[in-house]
Design a protein around this ligand. Structure first.
Ligand code: EPU
Length: 345
C-alpha cells in the first residue's frame, strides 16, 4: 500500500476546497488497514477515515493521516424467494451500488438514489431521503477496531442509527472504522412513495405497473423519479462544491412546537413518535432571507436553502462563517439552534 505525503484534497471531498493532508493512504483490505494503523510514523498523528468526503467541511489543512477505504467487493451472502442479503465493501460508490441493486430487481434503496459518497458512510450518517433511511435495510456492520486491531461484526441494533446520526459519529468516532456493510433487500414489491411529491413525479412518468414481473421496471422508475427530483433541487458537487444539507432539520417537543406554530403557522413540520416534531430548517433559513444569498465566496443554494455552496475558490472559514451567520439569524428569529449535519474539521 502506498502512503502519499502532502496530498491536495481539492478533488477528494465534495466542497472542493483547496486544502491538503499531511499523509494519505488507501486500503483495499483490512490487513492493509491494520498495516497502516500500526505504522510508527503515524502513531502520534490524528487519523481521519474518509469516504467520498461528501459530508465534511475542512476549515484548515489536515495535519495527520487520512485513510480511505477502497474495499470494493460485493457478495450475495444469502438469497431466497423473498429477499437477498448482501455484503458490500465500504469503498463502493453508493449510487453505483444502488444502480446495481435496482438492475437486479433488489428493492429497498431505490429512494436513496443519487446520494453522493461511498457505502461506508451509509451506517455512519444513516443516510436518508424520500422516506427511507439506511437503517431500514442495514442488517450488520463489520468494523475494524483501532484499539484491538481486529475486525468485529456489530448488529445494526447496537449501532444507534438515528436521524443523520449513529454511535459511529459519536462515542465510536475514534475507535471503529467501517469496512463492510450487510444490507437486506426485497425481491418482492415494498415501495415507499409517501414522501413529498414522489407519487406525482411517478405518475408524470407513466406510473407504477402491477404484478410481480413489473418489479424491476418499477424500481427503475422510482430511481429515475428520485434522481430527477434531486437534480431539480440539489447542486451537482462537481459543478458547485457542496456537502448536501449543511444543517439538520431540528426536533422540538410538541408543546414547544405549539407555541412556535402560533407565531409561524406556515412552518412545515412532521410529527414524530415520543411527542416530538421535526421542523424544516430550509424554510426557516429562507424566512430569514438567506436563500440564494452569499457572503464572500460562500453561498446558499438558490433552489434549496439547506445547502451551502462553494461559489469558487472559497476558503473553509468562509463557509463556516456563513453557517454561523445563518444559525445566529435563525436563533434570533425562531429561538432554535440549528445544528450542522456536516462534520466540521
Ligand atoms: N423548503 C423550503 N425552502 C427550501 C427547501 C425546502 O421552505 O429552500 C421546505 C419545502 O417546501 C418542504 C420542506 O422544506 O415543505 C422539505 O423540503 P425537502 O423535501 O426538500 O426536504 P428537506 O427537509 O429540505 C431533507 C434532507 C435531504 C433529503 C430530502 C428528501 C435533511 C437535513 N435533509 O431535506 O437530505 O434529500 O429531505 O428526503 O434531513 C442531505 O442529507 O444531504 C440531504 C440532501
Amino acid at each position: 500500500m502506498i502512503v502519499q505525503e502532502q496530498v491536495c484534497l481539492k478533488d477528494k471531498h465534495s466542497f472542493h476546497l483547496n486544502v491538503s493532508a499531511r499523509y494519505w493512504a488507501e486500503y483495499q483490505t483490512t490487513d492493509e488497514l491494520r498495516e497502516v494503523l500500526q505504522d510508527k510514523r503515524f502513531a502520534k498523528l490524528p487519523v481521519l477515515p474518509l469516504g467520498g468526503g461528501c459530508n465534511l467541511l475542512f476549515t484548515q489543512d489536515f495535519p495527520g493521516l487520512i485513510i480511505k477505504s477502497a474495499i470494493s467487493s460485493l457478495e450475495v451472502v444469502h438469497e431466497n424467494e423473498e429477499e437477498v442479503l448482501l455484503r458490500a465493501g465500504s469503498g463502493l460508490d453508493w449510487d453505483q451500488f444502488v444502480e446495481t441493486c435496482v438492475s437486479q430487481a433488489w428493492g429497498g434503496i431505490e429512494n436513496l438514489s443519487g446520494i453522493p459518497g461511498l457505502t461506508g458512510a451509509s451506517p455512519i450518517q444513516n443516510i436518508g431521503a424520500y422516506g427511507v433511511e439506511a437503517k431500514d435495510v442495514i442488517q450488520a456492520v463489520e468494523v475494524f477496531d483501532r484499539q484491538t486491531l481486529d475486525s468485529l461484526v456489530l448488529p445494526v441494533e447496537e449501532c444507534g442509527l438515528a436521524y443523520r446520526n449513529s454511535r459511529f459519529k459519536q462515542e465510536w468516532k475514534d475507535r471503529y472504522i467501517v469496512c463492510y456493510i450487510s444490507y437486506r433487500l426485497n425481491k418482492k414489491p415494498a415501495y415507499r412513495l409517501d414522501y413529498g411529491n414522489l407519487k406525482e413525479a411517478l405518475i408524470s412518468k407513466g406510473g407504477l405497473q402491477q404484478g410481480p414481473e413489473a418489479h424491476h421496471g418499477n424500481l427503475s422508475l422510482i430511481r429515475r423519479a428520485v434522481l430527477d427530483i434531486r437534480s431539480s433541487k440539489l447542486p451537482d458537487p462537481d459543478v458547485l462544491g457542496n456537502a448536501g444539507s449543511f444543517f439538520k432539520n431540528p426536533e422540538l417537543e410538541t408543546a414547544a412546537f405549539a407555541l412556535l406554530a402560533e407565531r409561524f403557522p406556515e412552518l412545515p413540520h412532521w410529527e414524530l413518535p415520543n411527542n416530538k416534531v421535526k421542523l424544516s430548517a430550509a424554510w426557516m433559513i429562507e424566512y430569514c432571507g438567506w436563500k440564494g444569498k452569499s457572503s464572500g465566496r460562500a453561498g446558499v443554494y438558490p433552489k434549496q436553502a439547506l445547502v451551502l455552496v462553494n461559489l469558487g475558490a472559497a476558503r473553509g472559514e468562509e463557509i463556516y462563517g456563513l453557517y454561523k451567520q445563518i444559525a445566529a439569524d435563525v436563533f434570533s428569529t425562531f429561538g432554535i439552534r440549528l445544528q450542522a449535519e456536516v462534520v466540521i474539521l
